[in-house]
Design a protein around this ligand. Structure first.
Ligand code: BES
Ligand code: ZN
Length: 758
C-alpha cells in the first residue's frame, strides 16, 4: 500500500470535500431534531440547558497549517482499508477468546512493532466458553469473504481444526423425506433454521438418518445473525452448526450455480482467555514512561459471532494503525499508546482489564483516550459522532472538534452513549469519547444529550455476517483519520505558543511564522490579532523566523521539548550611523590625505551591512576638485535600512596675488593674478564667471546685477610660470563707483576683490 505522500494532494483534499457535502446535508437533519451539541466549544454540554441548535454553520475553510497539515496530509485511508481487509477478510470473525482474536492482536502488534512501538499482549479472563464453526471452501469464492463463522452447537460434534469437507445439498425444512435429495448421504445438509426446538430437532434427526456429514441450520429470511441453539437429540457424530440469513442466501446462491464444497471445522473454546494488544511509544525524554503525558487511541479487535466485523471494529484498528504509522516518524515529548482491545462485544472486557492495570500515577498522565469503533460505514444516514458516557463534551471531544475545524469538516456532533470501550476509560476518570459513524438521533428538545441521550439506528450489516469490506467507506475513514487522527497528532506534538512583538512591545498581527526543525522550513501559519500563533511541533531544536512589513525576526536554536512559549521580537528600528569623516560641509585641499571614518550600530537585530562610499578607515577621495557626496548605507538583520550623507568640497591650494580692495581707473585693465599650486590648465573658472557687480563704496552692498566680465580684446585666462593671470577690462562708464569682482573656480570656491574706480 502506498503512503499518501505518493498521492496527489488535490485528490486527497477532494475526498474531504465529499465529506463536507455529507456534513452539510446533515446540518438540515440535526437542525430538525435539535438537542445535540453543535459545537464542542469549551464547556458546551447537553446539560447546559435547552437544546442547542445543531444548525451546521457554513462550511469552514480549511486552516491546516504546519505540522497539523503535514501529518494530516500523510493520513491515507487506503492503508486503513488494507488493515481492515487483513483483519476482516484474511482473519475473518474475531470472537472474544478465540484464536482469531489473538491473531488480530498479533497483526496489530506486529505492525506497531515495525513502527517502533513497544508491544505488550495482555491476556485476561477466563471468559465464557465459545462454540464456533469455521466455514471455508477449498474452491468456491465465498461471498463476504473466505472465512465464514457460524455457531457450533454442543449437541453436535466438535471436529477440531481438521473439520469435515463435503458437497452441500439443500433440504428445505427437513421435516419430510421429500425435502432431502437422493444423494444426501455424505453431504453437508443446509436446512431452514426454525425457532421451534422440536422442528429443529426433527430436521437434524432426518438429516443424520440420511447420512449427512454435517448440518447447517440457517435463517432462511430476514437479516439474522447465526442462531445459538441446542438439540433435544444429541448428534455426537457430526457437526451441527447455525448460520445467519446471509449465510443461507449465499449458500443457496452458490448452489444455484453448481456444486458447492464447504469445509466445516467446529471448536469449543472452554473458558478461554481474551487478548489485548498495547503499543507504547515512549516520549523522547521519558524512555521509561514515568512522567510524559499519555495520548491514547483505541479500538476493539473482537467481533460478534458470525460477523467479519469489518466496520465493527476492524475499521477502528485500521485508523489507529495509520495514525501510529504517521506519528511514528516524529520524535515526540508525549507518550503515544495504541490499544487493541479484545472482548468489547462481551461487555468491554478487554478495555476494563486494561484500565485495571493502570496505576494512579499512570492514569494521571493521560491526556485522553480517543476510542474508535465503527469509523466508516457507507450507510448513508450515518454521521460522525463523538459520544461520551455522560453526553457532555470533554477535552477529547473538543480536540476532535478543533481538528475537524482545521480540516474544514463541520459534520462532527457530540451526544451521549456508552456501549464501547471509552466507557471503561470514563469510569476510571480518563477523558474519552467514542468516535463512530452512526445514524444517531439526539433527543427531541427540550431534552438534551447530557441527561438523556438519544437513540440510534445501525446499518443493516451491524453485527451480521454482512459486516464485510462492502460496509467500509474509504471516504469516511479518511474523514475519521483527519478528525480523530488530526486531534491525536495535535495532542501528541508539543503545543508551542509563538508570539511576535515589536521592539516597542506591541503585538505583531498577521505575521507568517516559519520553523526549521532540521527537516527544512515549515510554514506554521500567521500570528493572530494578539500577535500569537498556536503551533504544534515535534521534539526538536528549531530556528524560527517571522516577517512583518518586510522586517524579519529570527530565533535560532530553540529547544522544543514539551509545551512552551517562543517569543520573537520584530525590530522595526533603523540602524544608526555616525559619520565622523567626512563631516558634512568639510573642505579639503586637493590631494590632501584624509581617512573616512564612520560606524553603524543596531542593538536589536544587529547590523547586517554598513557600507560607505569608501570603506571605513580607507582614504577619502580628494583627487578631484568640487563638491563630493559621501554616503553610508546601513541595514540591520531585520531588514531596516538607513543612510547618511555628507557633502565635502575639494579645493585648489589657492593663493591670491591681488588685494581684497584696490583702486583703479574706469576703463583700465586690472590684472587678477593667483596661483592654484601648479598648472591646472586654463579651464578652471566656473562657467559664467568671472562676474562683476556694482556695490556701494561704503557698505559693499550690491546695487545692481552681476554681469560677466570680459578681458581686453577677448583675452582669456593665462598661465605662466606657476601663476594664473586674468585681465579684467573695466568699463569707462563705471567711473566714480565701486565694483565687486568675483572669480568663481570649478572647485566651487569664490574669490572676491572690490575696486574703487575713478
Ligand atoms: N460497536 C458497538 C458500539 C455501538 C454502539 C454500535 C451504538 C452501535 C450503536 C459495540 O461493539 C457494541 O456492539 N457494543 C455493545 C455493548 C457492549 C457493552 C457489549 C452494544 O452496543 O450492544
Ligand atoms: Zn464495536
Amino acid at each position: 500500500m502506498r503512503s499518501s505522500l505518493n498521492h496527489p494532494p488535490l485528490l486527497r483534499r477532494l475526498t474531504i470535500a465529499g465529506g463536507l457535502a455529507a456534513a452539510l446535508a446533515f446540518g438540515t437533519v440535526s437542525a430538525a431534531v435539535g438537542g445535540v451539541q453543535a459545537q464542542g466549544a469549551s464547556g458546551a454540554s447537553g446539560a447546559s440547558g435547552a437544546g442547542v441548535s445543531a444548525d451546521a454553520p457554513a462550511a469552514t475553510s480549511a486552516s491546516l497549517t504546519g505540522y497539523d497539515r503535514e501529518i494530516v496530509d500523510q493520513f491515507d485511508s487506503a492503508n486503513s482499508v488494507s488493515h481492515i481487509r487483513h483483519l476482516a477478510v484474511d482473519i475473518g470473525p474475531r470472537l472474544n477468546g478465540t484464536p482469531q482474536e489473538r491473531e488480530g492482536a498479533e497483526y496489530i502488534g506486529g505492525l506497531l512493532k515495525s513502527y517502533g512501538f513497544e508491544v505488550t499482549y495482555q491476556q485476561w479472563g477466563p471468559v465464557s466458553t465459545k462454540q464456533v464453526a469455521k466455514v471455508t471452501s477449498p474452491n468456491a469464492d465465498l461471498p463476504g469473504g473466505p472465512n465464514w463463522q457460524m455457531y457450533a452447537t454442543a449437541s453436535g460434534k466438535f471436529t477440531g481444526d481438521a473439520g469435515v469437507e463435503g458437497h452441500v445439498v439443500y433440504a428445505g425444512t427437513g421435516q419430510s423425506a421429500a425435502d432431502f435429495p437422493a444423494d444426501t448421504a455424505g453431504k453437508i445438509v443446509l436446512m431452514d433454521y426454525n425457532s421451534t426446538a422440536s422442528i429443529r430437532n426433527t430436521a437434524v434427526v432426518n438429516a443424520v438418518d440420511r447420512g449427512a456429514s454435517a448440518v447447517i441450520l440457517a435463517y432462511p429470511t430476514g437479516n439474522s445473525a447465526p442462531p445459538s441453539f441446542t438439540l433435544t437429540t444429541a448428534q455426537p457424530a457430526i457437526p451441527v452448526i447455525g448460520g445467519g440469513s446471509a449465510h443461507y442466501t449465499w449458500i443457496r446462491g452458490l448452489l444455484g450455480k453448481g456444486p458447492l464444497t464447504l469445509r466445516i471445522a467446529t471448536n469449543q473454546y472452554t473458558n478461554p482467555m481474551g487478548t489485548n494488544v498495547i503499543g507504547i511509544r515512549h516520549a523522547v525524554g521519558d524512555p521509561t514512561g514515568t512522567t510524559a503525558p499519555i495520548v491514547m487511541v483505541g479500538a476493539h479487535i473482537d467481533s460478534v459471532l458470525g460477523a467479519p466485523g469489518a466496520h465493527d471494529d476492524a475499521s477502528g484498528n485500521g485508523v489507529s494503525l495509520e495514525v501510529a504509522r504517521v506519528l511514528s516518524q516524529y520524535p515526540l515529548d508525549k507518550e503515544l499508546r495504541i490499544g487493541g482491545f479484545g472482548g468489547e462485544e462481551g461487555g468491554l472486557l478487554g478495555a476494563r482489564a486494561y484500565v485495571n492495570t493502570l496505576t494512579a500515577a499512570e492514569k494521571a498522565r493521560f491526556v485522553g483516550e480517543w476510542q474508535m469503533d465503527m469509523v466508516g460505514t457507507p450507510y448513508e444516514p450515518a454521521r460522525l459522532w463523538a459520544l461520551t458516557p455522560n453526553g457532555q463534551s470533554n477535552f477529547v471531544v473538543q480536540e476532535a472538534y478543533d481538528a475537524a475545524a482545521r480540516a474544514g469538516f463541520d459534520g462532527l456532533r457530540n451526544c451521549r452513549l456508552g456501549q464501547s470501550d471509552h466507557q471503561a476509560f470514563y469510569d476510571v476518570g480518563i477523558p474519552s469519547s467514542l468516535f463512530i459513524w452512526l445514524d444517531y438521533r439526539p433527543p427531541t428538545p427540550p431534552a438534551v444529550c447530557g441527561p438523556t441521550g438519544g437513540s440510534y439506528v445501525t446499518e443493516p450489516e451491524y453485527h451480521r455476517p454482512t459486516d464485510t469490506m462492502d460496509n467500509i467507506s474509504p471516504e469516511r475513514l479518511q474523514i475519521t483519520l483527519d478528525v480523530v487522527g488530526g486531534a491525536v497528532a495535535h495532542n501528541a506534538l508539543n503545543a508551542v505558543t509563538v508570539s511576535a512583538i515589536s521592539d516597542a512591545d506591541q503585538p505583531v498581527a498577521g505575521a507568517p511564522v516559519r520553523a526549521d526543525c532540521g527537516a527544512g522550513p515549515r510554514d506554521l501559519g500567521k500570528t493572530g490579532a494578539d500577535g500569537r500563533l498556536q503551533a504544534v511541533l515535534p521534539h526538536a531544536t528549531c530556528d524560527f523566523t517571522t516577517t512583518a512589513e518586510g522586517r524579519t525576526a529570527t530565533e535560532r536554536g530553540v529547544s522544543i521539548a514539551g509545551d512552551r512559549a517562543v517569543k520573537m521580537t520584530v525590530d522595526f528600528t533603523k540602524p544608526t550611523i555616525s559619520l565622523t569623516t567626512p563631516a558634512d560641509g568639510a573642505v579639503f585641499t586637493l590631494g590632501t590625505a584624509a581617512t573616512a571614518s564612520y560606524r553603524c550600530d543596531d542593538n536589536l537585530s544587529g547590523v547586517a551591512t554598513c557600507t560607505g562610499t569608501v570603506p571605513d578607515g580607507s582614504p577619502l577621495d580628494t583627487s578631484a576638485v568640487g563638491f563630493h557626496e559621501f554616503t553610508v548605507k546601513a541595514a540591520d538583520n531585520a531588514g531596516n535600512v538607513a543612510d547618511r550623507k555628507a557633502t565635502y568640497q575639494v579645493v585648489y591650494p589657492w593663493h591670491a596675488y591681488f588685494p581684497e580692495t584696490m583702486d583703479g581707473k574706469a576703463g583700465s585693465a586690472v590684472p587678477i593674478k593667483f596661483s592654484l599650486g601648479g598648472d591646472r590648465g586654463t579651464d578652471v573658472i566656473a562657467s559664467g564667471y568671472p562676474v562683476s557687480q556694482p556695490v556701494t563704496c561704503d557698505t559693499g552692498k550690491a546695487t545692481g546685477p552681476a554681469e560677466p566680465t570680459s578681458g581686453p580684446g577677448n583675452s582669456k585666462l593665462g598661465y605662466d610660470d606657476g601663476q594664473y593671470n586674468y585681465v579684467w577690462k573695466t568699463d569707462r562708464g563705471w567711473s566714480d563707483s565701486c565694483r565687486q569682482f568675483e572669480l568663481k573656480l570649478d572647485d566651487g570656491s569664490s574669490h572676491l576683490t572690490t575696486i574703487r574706480l575713478k
